[in-house]
Design a protein around this ligand. Structure first.
Ligand code: SF4
Length: 425
């Protein structure tokens, strides 16, 4: 059966439960305006018996910032319907039902890496590089050329930290991609890859970033952030760039007018305080520069790595994490669920817990999460399938470019017609 014909996934079912919960507070009314939603939220918050959680609810309604201890309190004490309803309120206040995606593909130049992060299922040390892959310049350009004539708008380039792929090598790759296809937005390199490249080239973050930006790098993804707190970082990824280094690199990109994203790897050995500390540091940089587009929580997966004994978080914990993220990251315009990592049904569910972006079509071009045990072994969705996923949970699918300029709104597009059109498949 085609995806767009599936009547009800677990995600859609749980979404309907969430809507039933909200209707409890709705009195009998057909008024779905924001005023009505405001009144719903006032009733929800007034009915909250925990004084601290009630205060948080009042702050959210009044667009006031919640503080560190309140972030921790939400994780500790808020039940999922309360946190979820508040997060959904914020999401709809910012974006209505709009749910963004893009048409993109990845290039993973190598999985050979000088580091050995305990949670990583993807990398191979240089001594074992025969078990991994190292793409040549020509092989990477062949991947780019495969998309000639196709309506993709972004290439996402990330990989291991290879000791021999240096700044000059990647600057040349960027120039070649731009001269082949100038309209393709290049989002590339985690702060971990960049820190290593810049240090080897004996350049500051500002100098190195300027070289790559001039070579064609348009924006940065958010990877490598993991959890900033040093006591956790020491246990899961001791030897790679620390929090200050990660922030320095993103600040350097923002100062050049580039936009970047930020991630957080959650659900392993971190405590609630570490999550909030992580979000606090990102929120502070965003206050300073305004250069972040999107916050992307990444779920720890436990297959094929040195932390296989650590259980994965439940779907309930995942949704709570997304909800608290939406409430805490008040200066981040977008919250993304990366569907290849969560699986498409959980990703659908996040759209009721603060998320307004599902990343992109991907086209089976990343192995990072399939090697860590994700359900998505060959992550790829056609535009029709992504639109169907979003419509199934009664949201409004909007194709965007990397910087969130709207390309097309699919609200009124007929799925059967889309499925028959090569442009969307
Ligand atoms: S997470 Fe990144 S830096 Fe760490 S081992 Fe894996 S590829 Fe290397």
């Amino acid at each position: 059966m085609e995806l767009y014909k599936i009547p009800m996934t677990p995600g859609a079912f749980l979404l309907s439960l969430n809507k039933i919960f909200l209707r409890k507070f709705a009195a009998h009314s057909n008024d779905h305006s924001m005023d009505f939603r405001d009144r719903q939220m006032h009733r929800l918050v007034e009915n909250q018996t925990h004084a601290g959680l009630r205060k948080i609810g009042e702050k959210i309604i009044n667009k006031e910032r919640i503080l560190f201890d309140e972030g921790v309190l939400l994780f500790e004490k808020a039940d999922l319907p309360y946190a979820g309803a508040l997060a959904n309120f914020v999401r709809e206040r910012l974006h209505g039902d709009k749910t963004y995606f893009n048409r993109n593909f990845h290039i993973e130049p190598t999985n050979v890496c000088v580091f050995s992060c305990a949670f990583c299922s993807y990398s191979r040390l240089y001594a074992h590089r025969d078990e991994g892959w190292e793409l040549s310049m020509d092989q990477m350009m062949d991947i780019v050329k495969k998309y000639d004539g196709k309506p993709v708008t972004e290439v996402h380039i990330v990989g291991g930290v290879h000791p021999k792929m240096n700044l000059a090598f990647f600057a040349e790759l960027l120039q070649k991609i731009k001269s082949h296809r100038p309209d393709l937005h290049i989002k590339g390199f985690t702060a971990v890859e960049l820190d290593y490249m810049f240090r080897k080239a004996k350049l500051s973050a500002e100098e190195g970033m300027k070289i790559l930006h001039e070579a064609g790098l348009d924006s940065l993804p958010g990877g490598g952030a993991e959890i900033f707190a040093p006591e956790i970082r020491k246990q899961i990824c001791e030897d790679k760039v620390d929090a200050e280094g990660w922030i320095r690199i993103h600040r350097a990109a923002h100062q050049l007018g580039m936009h970047t994203n930020a991630t957080m790897l959650y659900g392993h050995i971190e405590k609630y305080e570490h999550r909030v500390d992580h979000m606090e540091r990102l929120r502070t940089l965003q206050d300073e520069t305004g250069g972040f587009n999107t916050f992307i929580p990444l779920k720890f997966r436990n297959k094929g790595n040195d932390m296989s004994q650590v259980p994965e978080s439940s779907v309930i914990e995942d949704m709570k994490l997304y909800a608290v993220s939406r409430l805490y990251m008040d200066n981040f315009p977008h919250l993304k669920a990366y569907w290849p990592m969560l699986g498409r049904q959980s990703a659908q569910l996040t759209l009721s817990f603060g998320v307004n972006d599902l990343d992109g079509t991907i086209d089976d071009s990343t192995k990072i999460y399939s090697m860590a045990g994700s359900e998505e072994l060959h992550p790829s969705l056609s535009t029709t399938q992504l639109v169907a996923l979003i419509k199934q949970v009664k949201r409004e699918p909007v194709e965007r470019d990397t910087l969130y300029h709207e390309i097309r709104n699919y609200k009124d597009m007929d799925l059967t017609a889309m499925a028959a059109d090569a442009l969307y498949n």
